[in-house]
Design a protein around this ligand. Sequence first.
Ligand code: ADP
Ligand code: MG
Length: 696
Amino acid sequence: MSFFDTKIEFLKGVGPQRADLLKTELGIFTFGDLLQHFPFRHEDRTQFYRICDVHEHLPYVQIKGQIVSLDMVGATRKKRLVARFQDGSGVMELVWFKGLQWVSRRLKPGKEYIVFGKPQRFGRNISITHPEIEEFTEESDLTGGLEPVYSSTEKLRNKFLDSRGISRLIKKLLPEAVDKIQESLPNFILQRYGFISRKEAVFYLHQPSDAKVLAKAIARLKFEEIFFIQLQLLSLKLLRVEKFEGQVFDKVPTLTKFYKEHLPFDLTGAQKRVIKEIYNDFKSGKQMNRLLQGDVGSGKTIVAFICMLIAIDNKAQACMMAPTEILADQHYQGLKEYADKLNITIAKLTGSTKKSERKVMHEQLLNGELKIIVGTHALIEDTVDFKNLGLCVIDEQHRFGVAQRAKLWKKQSVAYPHILVMTATPIPRTLAMTLYGDLDVSMIDELPAGRKPIQTTHLFDDKRLRLFGFMRKQIEMGRQVYVVYPLIEESEKLDYKNLMDGYEGISKHFKEYHLSIVHGKMKPTDKDFEMQRFVKRETQIMVATTVIEVGVNVPNASVMVIENAEKFGLSQLHQLRGRVGRGAEQSYCVLMTSNKLSKEAKVRIKTMTDTNNGFEIADVDLKLRGPGDISGTQQSGIVNLKFTDIARDGKIIKEARSLAKEILESDPHLEQDENRLLKLQLSKMNAAPTNWSRIS
Ligand code: ADP
Ligand code: MG
């Protein structure tokens, strides 16, 4: 057993009680775990601020000074202790709401103290609430430095394991542990980038002597973190290419016919390029795993259809999976129109397909009569088998888990099907590289010609009459309108009420027009019915929850009204807006909000009114929310980046990826001596994917 596997209760100063808490609260079971409980920031204790320089925008400040006076202020419940504190440059207040007696007994006016905390402003006064405060001695002057700050919890703090307590434990462990920490990067990498050793990096992160070594420690650990993820993804991809042969699709007679006789419009340059990229994969003999990114309305469906045609031209079948019934139906309708012209058999299979119909489809899929099947998750149920599934298109992938993708693999008969994952959620490049590093990426970065950019405005709720006036004008011009309400799971009842109230308000105001309503509680067939009425223009206004978010395509609908827009995330707002602007008409998006908006909500609304560019929006989104929240990442298993900030570390991610590529290109199985450490680390990661960075 290695030193790092030693149980945490054997560390001096821990004992069984605290050990239990460390396990349950922080998942720290062993010495190794404790060493990897890295500080999330460091506080600069090397500098003292002068009170006259302190303002409320500083994060934390350290000040040396004297207490001038101590007063209890306020009545019983609002009682607080206020100290006036001065350092010769100015005066500020220190405030306590809790432990008043204890604090006031400890503090002596006239003595020198070091105070540490977050400055705030109340009126003209600068103050710190519940500061850390210590008497100034000769010693305290020397102990200043960069102090690591560790995450802790209420229960741990009660057992004196606050950040400082944890720091003390780690400092006890470090001297003995540090020499046992093994290097994980080969020499040639350390040298190329001038990295410090792993043992130094871990040591300095916990106990930095100055800002410079701390920066070196972080730089190395960050690079390592992202590098090993890239190495893992790229080597998985490599293995897959080696292991799985792909069917070769090189004949295109029907496709040629389709191009000549039935193509409804000229493809954009981007569409053509992407089709070529996919066709090259088809011809290569390797199994394709490709992510197709394209902003809403960029025309992914026809690309998917063309790829399906190629599969069919080569005696294979194709399927398309969508996340919802409505979407599956839209795709089915859209694809059927093309397929019928070419006499290609196509069917739809969803949760609501009747048993008898289902049975027929299963048979036809198995004997190869049915060429294209469109559907929902029902498609990947175990009972569905194909004669020869050649291509699987997965639309709006963020709703499909990795597990579901894996299920598809089992549907192979001749060879593994080629897989095309389509997403309209624009993913910033750096995030895509991290999440989908094992997929090849194609991008449709051009909208069909003649599209007018959608005009987006923001209105407060009290301007509803103006909104109604605008809607009426558009409807009179023959357009249709969406009105969307948010659905937030915790308050489903309330949201539902909002939707119904809204529906009633609108029907009263637009008596002469017809309304559709669609929400998650309706039966699929009813939803479908309402949807179809809107598609056929029998209704002018569609009132809905976000079930219409993705993929729905009604080109005549040119106005998207989003109610309670402040409650939506940016990517959702962008998706919703993408439901309009699909025809030749000028389209509009109206964001309705209450007057009270949080700072973040304001940024979101402003971003929406400023730009239509999905990638710009995704970048802002990433900065606001952090990568953990971006759709799909939850299932990726790599959200736990300790050092890397995907929004900011794009350059490092690129560098790490290209290094991983370079190494694997010259030594795909990492068999060379100089790559021995990499191979070791990789096998550890594959054994325990979440524990990539174990020190032992
Ligand atoms: P998305 O990428 O959001 O799935 P769709 O495939 O639904 O977009 O296409 C949006 C609309 O644009 C559809 O009505 C489609 O017929 C149309 N379209 C797609 N490609 C072109 C093109 N090259 N020229 C004109 N219209 C196109
Ligand atoms: Mg689509």
